[in-house]
Each structure stands twice: as structure tokens, then as C-alpha cells.
Design a protein around this ligand. Structure first.
Ligand SMILES: Cc1cc2nc3c(=O)[nH]c(=O)nc-3n(C[C@H](O)[C@H](O)[C@H](O)COP(=O)(O)OP(=O)(O)OC[C@H]3O[C@@H](n4cnc5c(N)ncnc54)[C@H](O)[C@@H]3O)c2cc1C
Length: 471
């Protein structure tokens, strides 16, 4: 495996040199308190760099409000001062959407961390935007329930960030994404107004569902300060298996068959031998069963899970072997082969990241051809393919030489678009894909998104350089 040079040109490094005048900082201190206005480089540098290391900016300052009222006051300050804000949760986003490339003032949600008692009668919980996904999961579990959003960044990613990006994750195939769990939000709009609907009514047809609109808006319409989330019952049993296949073709065909046959699949992840090999190499893990491709499958329910899994594997062509997790620690070990892909790939240097959805029938031809097409542009490129097969969502990561990056981005996005797919399945657009949004959204849709944005944020103070392309 060839690692790309560390100084890759598609890394975007920007220090606009914007610093706030003393009186502007004093006004912020008066809102959030002296200790919660950060200006020192030591604190700002990590907050100004994205998780992948591809985007490196420089915030003018960071503020840590502790309440919705303080957030509203910060938004009011930005409007008066003509300053740009950028909301930041756990900073685990993968598209540069929380990286202050234009000297924005970061609004950290780390102190919006309230958690209410789980409402057992309605199976829901209300939390602050800065609470991590893992904390919500653990809180729900202590009440005997489950929060069904889950992904590898769970310990750091926040509820607010997951709402802003409409995060999907490994259980999407069964429960849908964040939007499906979102019953209500509290948020400060770009106008400075607060909307608050944390009543958590499952059925409520009283006009526009603003929580759904904010979900996936990537911080461009509002700062989410709290949310009411749907919880689900915990299954009595979970069975996890790693199944090896003689080809990616067989694995994809099996995945489609299994989803059509079983109602109990909770996760269905595709990996290839090169990606699993890289994870093993980077984290000194033992090689699992030898195969050209793998499916990590999880079924959950009350009983007969062994039988269910056995029947699924029995009816499938191309299986070379399987390993079933007998207990929770074995389950976690199997999941590492999948969850550590992102980290292992990043260790070789920031890749070009493509997070795409394809119609089911296009999956196979795309997987068969994309690596060689990329090599046609850059014969030194390495293409890694893995992802949430059950949702038609692939993560394609490419390590390439510097001057080929732009051409590879165009190639992959155009190919996805030609096949009727989406250029972002779950990570969002951020700054990384703004220039390609027109491949998925029509001119009319883009114009209407711009109008909606202008209505929520007339002065353009919230994440002004994220999501929508420039005029
Ligand atoms: C190892 C790894 C695995 C991942 N796996 C998945 C996966 O399986 N599925 C998936 O969907 N994502 C995945 N991600 C991406 C990421 O974790 C999610 O997008 C997550 O939801 C981001 O949450 P965050 O708190 O870190 O947000 P941040 O990175 O801080 O911000 C992301 C965006 O949301 C905005 N934002 C943050 N908080 C708020 C708020 N309170 N109000 C308004 N806007 C806000 C930011 O301005 C930015 O535009 C993964 C990331 C990593 C590093």
C-alpha cells in the first residue's frame, strides 16, 4: 500500500488572519462568561482542524454558551457585528462543515449538555445538543430502552451535529436515520428567534415539521440547542456474524437477498479484503477468515436468531466461511474490522472521501469499475470501498497523487450522478462537496434552498460558507 505524500494539495489550509477587536470580545464575555470565550491558539488550533486533517482553518475565537438564551444572545451579537458564526459539536464531521476556513467564530455546544429523565410512557428523551450519541445510548439503556442511531464516532459526535447532518449509521437499514428519530427541537434561528417544540408528539399534523427541515441543514438555518428523540425497545438477543465471500459480486447479491428475506437485520456492512487487510495491519488485529469480500451482519429479535442467520447463509451463493460472535466482546471484535476502516485509511493520509448512495442495481457495476476508472486518471491511486450495503450507501475513499485529486472528484461524482445516485448519503455536503451539489439538486431546488436559508438567516451569520454553493 502506497501512502500519499503528507503535504497533499487537496488539503485546504486557510488562516484568514481575522481577529476580533477587544470590545467585541468583551461583549461575548459578557454573554457567556470570561472562561468561555477562547482566543488562545492552543485551544483554537484543534477546533479549527477537521477530523480527517484535510481542512485546516483558523477561528477568530470560540464561545461556549451554556443555554439557549446565551446562544440567542451570541447570534444577536453576530448580527450586530456582521460576524460569521460556525456551530461545532464533536468536530467529527467528514466534510469540513465545522472547520472555520473563513475566520468564523466557533459556537461550541459542549456546555449544552442537559439530559432529562427518560419518558417511559412515550419512549423518548430530551437532551441538550452537546450531549454525545454514546451518552444518549447509555442513558436509554439504563432505562431498558435503546437509541437506535449508532456509528463509530459515537463517543464524540453530538446530538446537535447528528441532527445538523442527519447522520445515518449502522442501524439505518432497520430504524432509518436521525430524522426518523427526531420528535422535536429547540433551536436559535439565524434571526435570533428561538423555536421550541420539545413536546415529543409522535403524531402531529399541524403544518410544517420544522425539526425535519433543520435536520440535514448543516447549521445553515439554526443552531440546534436541544432535541427530543425517539427511543426503541431493546431486543432480547443480538447475533453478529462476519461472512466471507468469493467476490464483492457475491457479497452484494447476498446482501440484497437477505434484506428482502429478513425483517430482523439491524446492520449489513460491506467490506473488501484490501480494507480488512489494512485494518488488520494498522491495528495489529488477527486476519479473520480469508475472503475476497465480507458482510458484517447483525440480526436482533426475541429468539431463533441462529436459525435465521443459518437460513440466510444457506440460501446464498459464494460464501467461503463465517464467524459468529458468541458474546459481547466477540461482537465488538468483529465490529472493529468494519468500524476501524475510517481510522485505518486516515492513518495513511487524508483521503478523498466519497459517501454515496446508489440504486440497488447500480451497486455491482459501480463497485466493479470505479477503482479502475480512478486508476485511469491516476495510476498511483488506491481506492477503498466499504459501507452500509443495507442502505445502498458506499464509502469510497481514494488516496491519490496531489494533482489528480480534482479530476478524481469530478470522475466519481459524475459517475454516481450518471447512475442515478446521490453524492452524499449521510455525511452531508459541508465545504467538501459544495461545488458538486448541482449534480444532485436541480436549479429550482437550489434556488428554493437559498430562499429558505435567507428566510431563516437573513444576514447570513450561520455557517455562511457551508452546504449551498456561492450565488
Ligand atoms: C470514525 C467516524 C465514523 C463515522 N461514521 C458515520 C456514520 O456511520 N454515519 C454518519 O452519518 N456519519 C458518520 N460520521 C460522521 C460524523 O460523525 C457525523 O456527521 C456526526 O453526526 C457529526 O456530529 P458532530 O457533533 O461531530 O458534528 P460536527 O462535526 O461538530 O459538525 C458537523 C456539522 O453540523 C453542524 N452542527 C454541529 N452541531 C450543530 C448544532 N447544535 N446546531 C446546528 N448545526 C450544528 C456543524 O456546523 C457542521 O456543519 C463518522 C465520523 C467518523 C470520524
Amino acid at each position: 500500500v502506497r501512502a500519499p505524500p503528507s503535504n497533499v494539495a487537496w488539503r485546504t489550509v486557510s488562516d484568514p488572519g481575522r481577529r476580533l477587536p477587544a470590545d467585541a470580545l468583551d461583549e461575548l464575555r459578557a454573554i457567556v462568561g470570561d472562561d468561555h470565550v477562547l482566543v488562545d491558539a492552543e485551544r483554537l488550533v484543534p477546533m479549527s482542524t477537521d477530523w480527517t486533517g484535510r481542512f485546516v482553518g483558523r477561528a477568530a475565537a470560540a464561545v461556549r454558551p451554556a443555554s439557549t438564551g446565551e446562544v440567542a444572545a451570541v447570534v444577536g451579537w453576530a448580527r450586530r457585528r456582521g460576524a460569521a458564526l460556525m456551530t461545532q459539536g464533536g468536530n467529527t464531521g467528514l466534510v469540513g462543515g465545522a472547520t472555520p476556513l473563513h475566520g468564523e467564530v466557533l459556537v461550541s455546544t459542549s456546555r449544552l449538555n442537559s439530559v432529562t429523565v427518560v419518558d417511559m410512557a412515550s419512549m423518548q428523551v430530551t437532551v441538550g445538543a452537546g450531549v454525545t450519541i454514546e451518552a444518549v445510548q447509555q442513558h436509554a439503556e439504563r432505562a431498558g430502552l435503546r437509541y437506535p442511531i449508532d456509528f463509530a464516532a459515537r463517543a464524540t459526535a453530538t446530538v446537535g451535529g447528528s441532527i445538523a447532518t442527519n447522520a445515518g449509521g449502522v442501524n439505518f437499514v432497520r430504524f432509518g436515520g436521525t430524522r426518523e428519530q427526531l420528535l422535536g427541537v429547540e433551536a436559535v434561528l439565524g434571526t435570533g428567534e428561538v423555536i421550541n417544540d420539545l413536546r415529543g408528539l409522535r403524531k402531529d399534523n399541524t403544518g410544517f415539521h420544522l425539526a425535519s427541515l433543520l435536520c440535514g441543514s448543516e447549521g445553515t438555518l439554526a443552531v440546534v440547542t436541544g432535541a427530543t428523540l425517539r427511543l426503541v425497545p431493546r431486543p432480547a438477543a443480538v447475533l453478529t456474524a462476519l461472512v466471507g465471500f468469493d467476490s464483492a459480486h457475491s457479497a452484494i447479491a447476498a446482501g440484497h437477498l437477505w434484506v428482502a428475506r429478513s425483517t430482523r437485520i439491524e446492520a449489513l456492512e460491506l467490506m473488501r479484503a484490501d480494507g480488512v487487510g489494512l485494518v488488520c495491519e494498522q491495528f495489529a488485529l488477527p486476519t479473520p477468515l480469508r475472503a475476497a469480500a465480507y458482510l458484517l451482519v447483525e440480526v436482533a429479535g426475541e429468539r431463533d436468531l441462529d436459525e435465521e442467520l443459518h437460513e440466510l447463509v444457506e440460501c446464498t451463493d459464494g460464501v467461503t466461511g463465517s464467524a459468529v460472535a458468541a458474546d459481547e466482546s466477540a461482537r465488538r471484535r468483529l465490529w472493529r474490522y468494519r468500524e476501524d476502516h475510517t481510522l485505518a485509511i486516515n492513518r495513511l493520509g487524508p483521503p478523498l472521501k466519497f459517501d454515496i448512495t446508489l440504486p440497488g442495481a447500480e451497486m455491482q457495476p459501480f463497485v466493479d469499475s470505479i477503482a479502475s476508472q480512478v486508476r485511469g486518471v491516476d495510476d498511483e491511486a488506491n481506492t477503498w470501498i466499504f459501507g452500509h450495503l443495507g442502505d445502498g450507501n458506499l464509502h469510497v475513499n481514494v488516496h491519490a497523487t496531489t494533482d489528480a485529486a480534482g479530476r478524481i472528484e469530478s470522475l466519481v461524482f459524475t459517475e454516481v450522478s450518471r447512475r442515478g445516485g446521490s453524492i452524499s448519503a449521510e455525511h452531508g455536503i459541508g465545504v467538501a462537496k459544495r461545488a458538486f451539489l448541482h449534480l444532485r439538486r436541480s436549479p429550482a431546488e437550489l434556488a428554493w434552498m437559498g430562499r429558505v436559508r435567507a428566510a431563516f438567516d437573513p444576514d447570513g451569520v450561520l455557517n455562511p460558507h457551508v452546504l449551498l454553493p456561492h450565488e
